[in-house]
Design a protein around this ligand. Sequence first.
Ligand code: CO
Length: 508
Amino acid sequence: MGRIVEVTDVILRDAHQSLLATRMAMEDMVPACEDLDNAGYWSLECWGGATFDSCIRFLNEDPWERLRAFRKLLPKTKLQMLLRGQNLLGYRHYEDAVVERFVAKAAENGMDVFRVFDALNDLRNLKTAIAAVKKSGKHAQGTICYTVSPVHTTEAFIDMAQSLKEMGVDSICIKDMAALLKPQPAYDLVKGIKQRCGADTLIHLHAHATTGVTLVSLMKAIEAGCDIVDTSISSLSLGSGHNPTEALIEMLEGTGLTTRLDKDRILKVKDYFTQVRGRYREFMSEFTGVDTEIFKSQIPGGMISNMESQLKGQGAAHRLQEVLEEVPRVRADSGFPPLVTPSSQIVGSQAVFNVLMGKYKTLTGEFADLMLGYYGSTIGEKNPHVLAKAEAHAKKPVITGRPADLLKPEWATLRKETEALESNNGSDEDVLTYAMFPQVAPKFFKSRPAGPKNLGKDPVKKDATAPAPAKADSKTVSAVQAAALSGPVSYVITLHGKEHKVTVAPGA
Ligand code: CO
């Protein structure tokens, strides 16, 4: 047998973040865990900023409890999370002691693999988190956010991989959030990293499916020696999500390469999530196809919908095209940051301001901070005229040091503020929840005793892991009626042993 290609499934985190607005309740993931745990994955991604946020904002679910539950339900498989470097799971820089505490607590609660990234690819924003992961004895994965620009050459990414290796990471992730990584560049990048950093350097590729080209990119990366790839079981895949796990397995046939995955287990999980997915249709992304315009505009789908709603709010929905053309110019002026949270929102909002109010007539505070180095450094040069405007607007100087070096110790204050909140449980975990989302956490602590909410319609029974089509008979008519309130729904109804497909539209 040839080389084994290892696989991480993202179905428990990024897949429903990309396709179902991160709304999936833990209750709906539990029934799939036994099969996932026994399917032969390298790791299962199950935790990150958006799932943490969604837990406390929408699901009344303690994200730390979710992590502990995954640990119990997935005893054989490594758990993996996405960590935004010095920002942890929040939207600002945290002081080093908070970063260290967060990593230690996540490790203690069961996390194994920490994929650490920074939106600007500024290594200084990764180093404290990576050192903390190493100290906890867990797997530190350093991340390259892949993007395309005149300054982002294959050589520049290989340099970054080498710097990550020197920081002591256990593996290197190439993170392609906008599906911009075409097959040949994928091959060249993986080959180049292996050549420069050593053949034993573990490389893990995360690519979204949005542009339709990245299943081939996975193949080319594997041919170049990529060790681990991210996919998602097909019933929660494609669109702005990920390439399907089953397709990856089949694609390797005849190549001498293989995975360790158990197709029967995966089929069961696929059937299970087919049922679950339908119940979250009100949160389902409308984008399910392929979009190659991203190659031209460089703007990921999620960012376009953000800008659309900003423009609508200003009664200027018709100016979207102008904004789309402005984004690449703002990105160039700010040193070509990769467009990922939070840089995508910062650049997108400034482009909206430029179109509506005149070029850099008004700056957002965040854009001024980005220009002045308060998020870190970019590899491209910044436009000096815009930089001068940012200095005048923000009335503070350019910084060239590591942003977190400006921060004062804050753990004691965060603890004191948390202890003043009603229904906090006194744990470090609660302090960290408050630190990440200070606006949302107080309300969550108060409502927590009521227990988790499931926003899916007509919950699947807990033992419903067996592959069975959603059935409706006389006793489930009320569920059909309830579902009809939220939009057209298709059901398979079994009548006299025959299956009939029935579509129920609102008001019908
Ligand atoms: Co992703």
